[in-house]
Design a protein around this ligand. Sequence first.
Ligand SMILES: NC(=O)c1ccc[n+]([C@@H]2O[C@H](COP(=O)([O-])OP(=O)(O)OC[C@H]3O[C@@H](n4cnc5c(N)ncnc54)[C@H](OP(=O)(O)O)[C@@H]3O)[C@@H](O)[C@H]2O)c1
Length: 264
Amino acid sequence: MTNNTNSAGSAPVGLLVGKVILITGASRGIGAAAARLFASEGAVVVLAARSTDALDPIVKEIRADGGAADAVPLDLADPASIRAAVDRVEELYGRLDGAFNNGGIAQQRPGPLDTTSDADIDGQFAVNFRSHWTAMTAEAALMRRNDGGAIVNTSGIGSRRAVPPLPAYGAMKRALNSLTETAAVTWAPEGIRVNGITPGGTATEMTEEWEAATPGVIEASAAATPLGRMAEPREVAEVAAWLLSDRASYVTGAIVPVDGGAGA
Ligand SMILES: NC(=O)c1ccc[n+]([C@@H]2O[C@H](COP(=O)([O-])OP(=O)(O)OC[C@H]3O[C@@H](n4cnc5c(N)ncnc54)[C@H](OP(=O)(O)O)[C@@H]3O)[C@@H](O)[C@H]2O)c1
């Protein structure tokens, strides 16, 4: 069914073999890289984004490589559609072992605190914060019917410090860290692990759009990073893969930096 990266005898030993994993924001960037990586590690992946049009080519590619993948539409601004996407996973597979809550948006207009619009604040709240709350509760409800599971939320390095150019984005990401820790403590007795990752600058369309709005941010991000460059999306997805795997069985409530040392 799935294409594993390693094999020892006849037993598949991919990091995520046999796990059903939902990935939001899977149409591009970190989420698309995660879908490909998790599938190559043996997971059955369910890709979610606003339209399945952008997901279908990735699903086809994964299937062509011998993996198992499906696409579901989901609008992170709409709680009902988030719940419907998790229901669809249940219809398809009857279980959920992992969830990578990764979809998100940058502020429409980068700018200082004083000029951030109410619409931008509301959009950030709905898509970058409330969506994860809704998704996690729906995911946990499905996970606890089996043996528990693991959830990883994509926060960002901006959650750890002041973010003058993106104040609403930074605030919602910090709120997400709080929710991640609370969910980890609340659901630990049920065998559901919850962790966050805080990527630094990562080479995706989101960063390109930010660069277009504020020229120079890519160079500045690389210059502020001890490893001297931005991350490739796959490098971020690798950390999520490990956190979702049983190899991270004693890790919960952690907010893990994936930032090339920029936060150190
Ligand atoms: N790139 C960076 O430097 C960086 C740094 C720190 C943290 N992050 C975080 O990492 C995550 C992924 O970022 P990325 O750079 O890969 O971004 P990206 O290239 O802009 O991709 C964002 C993904 O989120 C989806 N999405 C956006 N709004 C949505 C909505 N309302 N409903 C459903 N899906 C939605 C998009 O899908 P559709 O548009 O197809 O719906 C897309 O798949 C985000 O949470 C971001 O905040 C990124």
